[in-house]
Design a protein around this ligand. Sequence first.
Ligand code: ADP
Length: 635
Amino acid sequence: MLEPRILMLGGDPFRQLARQLLPDRYVIIHLSELQEETHPSLALLDLAWLQEQDVSRILELLEGIPLLALLTDLTDFHLLNPFLSQLELRGVLVPPFVTPDNRTLVENVLLRQRPEPVHLQADLARANHALNQRLQELNTIYTVGKSIISTLDLEAVFSRVVSVSVNLTQAEEGFILLCEEGTLYLRAAKNMTAENVERFHEEVSDSVAWRVIRSGRPVMLHRKTKIATNYLASALLYVPLRGSDGRNAGVLAVINRTRDLAFTESQLFTLSTLADFASITLENARLFEARETEQSRLRSILQQATDVVLITDEQNQLLLWSQAAADTFNIPATAQGVSLQAALDHADLIDLFATDAECAHAEIALEGGQVFNAQLTTVPGVGQVVVMQDITHLKELDRLKSEFVSTVSHDLRTPLTTIQGYVELLSRVGPLTSVQEKFIDKALRSLTYITQLITDLLDIGRIEAGYNLEMHNMRLDLLLEEVGEALLPQAVAADITLSWETEPVLAVLGNQRRLRQVLENLLSNAIKYNRAGGWVRMQARREGSHIIFSVLDNGFGIALDEQSHIFERFYRVRTSENDAIQGTGLGLAIVKSVIEKHKGRIWVDSAPGKGSSFTFILPGASETPARNEEAPIFC
Ligand code: ADP
């Protein structure tokens, strides 16, 4: 008679294993050799391998062929679920695979394909019963696993694990011991009498539990072999529970105390799986505790902090905040996990959190007049942190200072104009000696400087306060030509070639007077900080919805470390070439302030000795006027 053919579905390690499981005389065929006329008597399927295949195709192929599935990981069983009704599933083998029980199971399945001798029917019934029982066990383990892995309640999980362990192994008693600082503690028990618990305490240093914890290997003993304890048990099975640090944290145990029934290899597998669930929960609980400790440490630091600190998670929900933040924004203690919009009633602050940038900065004003300097930092993997300092008193000081500068400047201007007028008149009163002429010239130069300084100081104060900064649609191309014409004589006098080019019709929403000031400052700087024979170019163009304006020169240039400072008030670059040139150090501060008020940005590219290019970008306007209306001048 033809020997049964066995179809093997799995990777290389599985084939070796299956070979050990099967009696030698069977013919083994692989998936690639399967043809229509081949009728395998049995298929052995590795579910781990099946995962990587086209599951439905393979399972369709298996229709009508008795099947034994090898299950290494419980969750793989669910691959079979949708196909169970069409499969001839005869058994599910779990590790350890190569056991006498499993060999018998394979034999029995194969024998069942032949006419069954009467004496085998009882065996088959037994095997079927065992199989059903195993499937039920697996299902229970899976359900238990699913339900406990998501909880952090250690006591509940341990009780459930012990209870399921006792039920599935049909043991008389079960318990979990955890090892803490060298001592074993009983954490859960089932069916243990007070007397046994008491006895257990006496035997806490028992060598079996210690052996399992030290070696990390399970121990399965039966009276017939040897039990090295005085537990008065007839059979026991201990498996290790793993701790987070890789060491063993305890044991899960089942005991038959009075019944003389040994535990089996498959019960060992069941118990190990349940112990793994308990270990995972143990680790989850430890991680949760560590997180809680960290959070409460951080919370108490924040409680002490005088700054307003707000921390959100990546979903923009409040995570932590300081006491100062709670007081300032009326954040209730229950706001953790609440969305920022719901927890904070401040549009500017919510806008700051909405920034995508890694870092951002904003001034946040409260209704009561308080002003905060807010700094946002994005922390990858956490969320965003905003730290805010109260700068109300600094703002007030700044306002007083500006007011003072503005008043003094204003009051100085009238007498200075009078002095300048009289000094200029001196030459008309009568003939002057050359020394007197020299003195008058020096006085006039100083007066021009002071008048310019005062004008600039008044200007910067007004621009920053937004005073007289009405905006109209205007043409930057026309303004560029106008300023070019106006400064041409200054360029000619300095022996500088001045040229300009612009795309036609470049409209921006702007304040014409202030933008003229910007162009004049940039252009006069390019002429001033240049050598005779040099050149200066102005350019303007559109890029998308923006207008880009540049002034380029081949003058002195600016060193890299100076470039970030030149837009600060009163900053002047000190070089031998610059020293001879008069200036207040306020021109570029005015330029930057005006551009920012127009929602634009300005920057410089420069190399010492080679020249500079100052560029600003402004949003373009939708409407284009035919010409620029001159805005009224208020001083
Ligand atoms: P100032 O009144 O001194 O010109 P600004 O604020 O206009 O003040 O300029 C600040 C400094 O930047 C100047 O003192 C000068 O050293 C440098 N600077 C500005 N524009 C140029 C330029 N086009 N080329 C070289 N240096 C420049």
